[in-house]
Write a protein of this length. Structure first.
Length: 315
């Protein structure tokens, strides 16, 4: 926490009722088009190192953070055969021709160890750490950030899809994601095909199969047709899944934006007193992969805000 600051977390929903609670939580990302790769690399590296420290600690089980090894496969080799994060994950290498024979129709692949962060455990663990450190928590639904401007000195907007209304951002929109949870404890390695079109992510309690990427689709009910397609395509990647038991289905709306918005806003133009605002949202399906890294950058932006204010400013 920032020293000498009173910090309050406001949200209309907390775990287990958030989008992140159902996410697969695997640390793999695709690049955003308009942000320098070095900045994206810092976001991913800071997130990876933070979670790796947890995965190697005695808190790993309670936090739901574990190492996960597996394969990304492609029907056609990508333009960049080595993603920008290849040397941040562990043991990155290309698949051999012999290994690729396991995946008919796929011509190129990568193997590495990354991290799986199971938010159903991780979010309550973080919540506990936050309150133990003196943070305040309040469940409240807002219609505008202006509701907070007179009560706080700095507002950090991490509202995701809520920024459509709270920040008046027409560039953020929902992308519907549906997954199937399967009991298949014999599976130990993840498989991710064609930049996440289909994926198999083993976890500590079940295997997550996915998924859908349906832009501007706000349906929250499970679609039987989507579920059938997910099960069929994932079973082609891993035939033994046909013996797995379906445990349930989950649907969430990812907060997509062409590029994440991590920036400090200027003071109110009309000269009125009001809180300074730092935005940090729009990560799409890569929220868990980049959350800690973008938070590190957002904290530095908050420090810049505090330099302009009284040292006892309330956050």
């Amino acid at each position: 926490m920032l020293p000498r600051c009173s910090i309050t977390l406001l949200a209309d929903k907390f775990s287990p009722d958030t989008t992140s609670d159902g996410a697969a939580g695997i640390l793999i990302v695709e690049p955003f088009p308009d942000i320098p790769l070095e900045r994206q690399r810092c976001w991913f590296r800071d997130s990876f190192e933070h979670l790796l420290d947890i995965a190697l600690s005695q808190d790993a089980a309670d936090a739901g953070v574990l190492l996960s090894s597996g394969y990304t496969i492609f029907t056609e080799p990508p333009v960049d055969k080595r993603p920008y994060w290849w040397d941040i994950v562990l043991g990155f290498r290309y698949l051999s021709d012999r290994e690729l024979r396991r995946f008919p129709g796929y011509t190129f692949g990568q193997a590495f160890t990354t991290i799986k962060c199971e938010c159903a455990s991780y979010l309550p663990w973080l919540h506990k750490r936050f309150t133990q450190a003196g943070g305040k928590v309040e469940q409240k639904k807002l219609s505008s950030l202006d509701e907070l401007r007179t009560d706080y000195d700095v507002i950090v907007n991490c509202s995701g899809l809520g920024s459509e209304d709270l920040a008046g951002d027409a560039d953020v929109y929902p992308v519907r994601g549906q997954v199937v949870k399967v009991d298949a404890p014999w599976l130990q390695h993840f498989i991710r095909a064609d930049a996440g079109e289909w994926y198999v992510y083993p976890g500590s309690r079940y295997v997550t199969l996915g998924g859908t990427k349906q832009a501007r689709d706000r349906r929250l009910d499970s679609d039987p047709g989507d579920a059938e397609a997910i099960l069929e395509h994932c079973a082609r990647l891993e035939p033994s899944l046909r013996q797995g038991k379906v445990l349930g289905h989950w649907v969430g709306l990812r907060p997509y934006r062409r590029n994440p918005r991590v920036e400090k806003m200027p003071p109110l133009a009309d000269g009125r007193h009001g809180a300074l605002v730092v935005h940090n949202y729009g990560h799409g399906s890569y929220g868990i992969s980049l959350a800690w890294g973008t938070a590190v950058e957002a904290v530095e932006l908050v420090r810049c805000c505090l330099e302009e204010m009284h040292p006892t400013a309330k956050l």
